[in-house]
Design a protein around this ligand. Structure first.
Ligand SMILES: [Zn+2]
Length: 122
């Protein structure tokens, strides 16, 4: 099943990565959808709010305001960062496990997580 206005992600992909798909902000998924169009590479959603995140994480905001994902294919980190900024992500994290966090907090934040430790980059 398709979600109105979303071309690259199915409702099932959202549902499978979310405790309550009713609480997913469409704005978040729209940004991810635009990112997919920009990159022209597949994006796997790894988690919306189903897994354990920091207590105050944007993953737990209502509606859910953060997504963890993996880009399938070869992309330079700085190009991915620029593309994420272009579509309006504000909180961006690069993790040594190969996935990327994107959220829609009001102020820009950029960090790297290596072996579970967060290193602010901005
Ligand atoms: Zn995350």
């Amino acid at each position: 099943m398709k979600i109105f206005g979303i071309n690259n992600f199915t409702f099932k992909e959202i549902e499978d990565n979310c405790l309550n798909p009713d609480n997913i902000g469409l704005g978040l998924i729209l940004k991810l959808d635009k990112l997919r169009n920009t990159l022209r590479l597949p994006i796997n959603i790894l988690d919306l709010n189903r897994l354990k995140h920091a207590e105050n994480s944007y993953h737990y905001k209502l509606p859910c305001s953060a997504v963890d994902f993996r880009v399938i294919g070869d992309i330079e980190e700085n190009k991915l960062l620029q593309a994420m900024l272009d579509v309006g992500f504000k909180g961006i994290g690069f993790y040594d496990t190969g996935f990327v966090h994107g959220d829609i907090r009001p102020k820009f934040a950029l960090w790297r997580r290596i072996k579970g430790i967060y290193y602010p980059m901005f």
